[in-house]
Design a protein around this ligand. Structure first.
Ligand code: UDP
Length: 239
């Protein structure tokens, strides 16, 4: 049952790097399978789970722009990269026994469903994991902003950003041993201290719509279930 769940409807943001594992590029299928098992476990606990996947393991718009490409075109390539990741995750989820649907903000009906808000809500109610692909569908945005936007549209209780560390620190804990870790932060703390959690647009959107942001480590298997129960070591950003 879902009686023990703190968050009954949660959107998980997975960066492209999270799918890459130790590889320098692309997908590590063993890692994708492990993440899928965690998401399937959350669904089995009774949580309505949706996911926004990044594309940084394949292509980032800023990388293309730095090499002279038109930024908007490069951003569309980045969004297409997220569709590849979404399909890989869907495949792993279905193999793990969790029904999953990919809904893309850039329509490509032979590959996946278009993003239609009511359709996404319908899938969630039918206990399917919804994977949102192609970010917001707009260049000059990020998948962090897409995650916040979709979480608000879906009426999620929170957006959980999966990272390699157990929360938000005052500096990079892998480089600075004096970095201070926060259990809780306000949106304005994040913006004022310029903490590298999500980009400013994503944080501002969360703040304006009172959406809690949970920053947690996905490296530890099973940690997502602890997030759902409110027992994970994580940073919660709220009003
Ligand atoms: N992107 C975009 N609009 C969006 C979301 C993503 O243009 O709404 C592009 C952008 O070029 C970005 C790339 O897609 O660099 C991959 O997304 P992101 O960098 O957010 O992925 P992550 O860092 O989470 O892997």
């Amino acid at each position: 049952g879902d009686g023990a769940l703190k968050y009954r409807r949660l959107l998980v943001k997975l960066s492209g790097e999270a799918l890459m594992g130790q590889n320098g590029y692309g997908l590590d299928t063993a890692v994708v399978d492990r993440l899928a098992a965690d998401l399937a476990g959350a669904l089995a606990e009774g949580c309505e789970v949706s996911v926004v996947v990044g594309g940084g393991n394949i292509f980032r718009g800023l990388q293309g722009a730095a090499r002279g490409m038109d930024r908007a075109t490069a951003d569309y390539m980045g969004m297409l990269a997220t569709v590849m990741n979404a399909l890989a995750l869907q495949s792993a989820l279905e193999a793990a026994g969790a029904p999953a649907r990919v809904l893309s903000a850039i329509t490509m009906p032979t590959v996946c469903e278009p993003y239609v808000r009511h359709r996404a809500l319908y899938h969630l109610e039918r206990k399917r994991i919804v994977i949102f692909a192609a970010g917001t569908g707009n260049p000059f945005f990020t998948t962090d902003t897409a995650a916040t936007l979709r979480a608000i549209e879906m009426g999620c209780d929170a957006v959980a950003k999966a990272t390699q560390v157990d929360g938000v620190y005052s500096a990079d804990p892998k480089k600075d041993p004096a970095a201070q870790r926060y259990d809780r932060l306000s949106y304005s703390d994040v913006l004022a201290k310029d903490l590298r959690v999500m980009d400013g647009a994503a944080i501002a959107l969360a703040r304006d719509n009172h959406l809690p942001v949970i920053v947690f480590s996905i490296d530890e298997p099973g940690n997502l279930i602890k997030v759902l129960r409110g027992t994970a070591r994580a940073t919660v950003i709220h009003g």
